[in-house]
Write a protein that binds this ligand. Structure first.
Ligand SMILES: NC(=O)c1ccc[n+]([C@@H]2O[C@H](COP(=O)([O-])OP(=O)(O)OC[C@H]3O[C@@H](n4cnc5c(N)ncnc54)[C@H](O)[C@@H]3O)[C@@H](O)[C@H]2O)c1
Length: 348
């Protein structure tokens, strides 16, 4: 399903020929179209290129409707293919449109951001945001193929590269192996293409192995939420207060705070917490979390779709390589851990 390629255009052309599709469509955002539409030359006719505005704010049903409309206008049928080229916004929305158009047509994912290569394009989840809730509407629907072409990263702004690095740290924690040793050294030079290729492969292998054990997220797959319960709540506080933190940065801070929650529970070892703090500090600053935000964050975590009956559940590391998927945590402990994180952040 996932193939690594040094020649994206010929790999795509080959896969399309093998699939014997009636019609082939490409979905990109404005940026990925400008940068990379040349790879579709002689493969996907330009009238079948669907271009949507870039940015998370467009990952919604309105944009999905435009895509369905374009597919309809150009007579897409059940034997058509949609090729999604872009970051997680494009692959999530494109996967959702393909999964729902005529009850599901084939699609292929070509991720162009680090986050998308190591996370969004792997695992079969897709969707759009609805009523300000991220990914509230979506499906599980596997792509016919995913192509990994690491050279796409060369044009990615540093901030976007770092945003993907949050997930890389998380995958490193899941398996105490080569990836973790790389992560402890911080983010490598983008020119080190051999190392980047190894990083992407290790990430995909780790995520796929978790997904295979629990494709529909009934239990074990929740370990992939590590860092995200705190991370999402922090992201919303920044947003509410008119400022910004990248998704990866918020997840990285979330990994540190959640390790500290684990410490409060006597679940996470001191060594694991220290290593997580070090790995995060190599790439991300540790911003203090204002006192006034803590209660707000707890409220938003309680209304998160990942909680049950208002109780807070976390996936917490016991050690590097050993994660507990669903630990129930009291509000008091979460509060205490954020305060302890603030003391730590101030001492850096
Ligand atoms: N389905 C899943 O399992 C899953 C997992 C993690 C994240 N996600 C989703 O992924 C989304 C975030 O993905 P993202 O971080 O890739 O964001 P994104 O798709 O919005 O891309 C970020 C920006 O980079 C631009 N861009 C893309 N590739 C580029 C390149 N090679 N060079 C220069 N610019 C480029 C895009 O146009 C965009 O402006 C979120 O919506 C999130 O919910 C999904």
């Amino acid at each position: 399903l996932i193939s690594y390629t040094a020649d994206i255009a010929s790999s795509l052309q080959h896969a399309i020929r093998q699939g014997n599709f009636n019609k082939v469509f490409a979905l990109t955002d404005t940026n990925t179209w400008n940068l990379f539409h040349h790879i579709f030359k002689n493969i996907i006719p330009e009238e079948n290129h669907i271009i949507i505005p870039a940015g998370e704010q467009h990952k919604n049903l309105g944009t999905a409707e435009l895509v369905w409309q374009e597919l309809k206008n150009h007579h897409a049928d059940r034997n058509s293919l949609l090729v999604n080229l872009g970051g997680g916004m494009v692959t999530d929305l494109g996967g959702f449109c393909a999964a729902t158009y005529m009850r599901g047509i084939a699609f292929m994912q070509i991720p162009t951001t680090l986050l998308c290569m190591v996370d969004a394009a792997v695992g079969g989840k897709n969707g759009v945001n609805f009523n300000t809730i991220k990914n509230l509407v979506g499906t599980f629907h596997d792509p016919a193929a995913v192509f990994i072409y690491a050279d796409f990263l060369n044009s990615l702004p540093e901030e976007e590269l770092k945003s993907g690095w949050g997930e890389v740290i998380k995958h490193g924690i899941i398996e105490d192996g080569d990836l973790w040793n790389i992560v402890l050294e911080g983010i490598p030079d983008i020119k080190d293409s051999k190392l980047w290729r190894q990083i992407i492969e290790e990430n995909i292998r780790i995520k796929e192995s978790v997904v295979q054990q629990d494709p529909r997220e009934s239990g074990y797959r929740k370990i992939l939420n590590m860092g995200h319960t705190i991370g999402h709540a922090l992201e919303s506080e920044y947003m509410k207060n008119g400022s910004y933190i990248s998704h990866g940065h918020a997840v990285a801070v979330g990994l540190v705070v959640e390790a500290m929650i684990g410490q409060e529970l006597k679940l996470t070892s001191n060594e694991a917490t220290k290593q997580i703090k070090d790995a995060v500090a190599k790439v991300f600053p540790h911003p203090a979390i204002p006192d006034a935000w803590i209660a707000e964050m707890i409220t938003s975590m309680q209304s998160d779709k990942k909680t049950i009956n208002g109780n807070l559940h976390f996936s917490l590391p016991a050690e590097i390589g050993k994660i507990e998927p669903k630990v129930e945590v009291s509000v008091e402990i979460v509060h205490k851990a954020i305060v302890a994180y603030n003391v730590h952040a101030a001492s850096l």
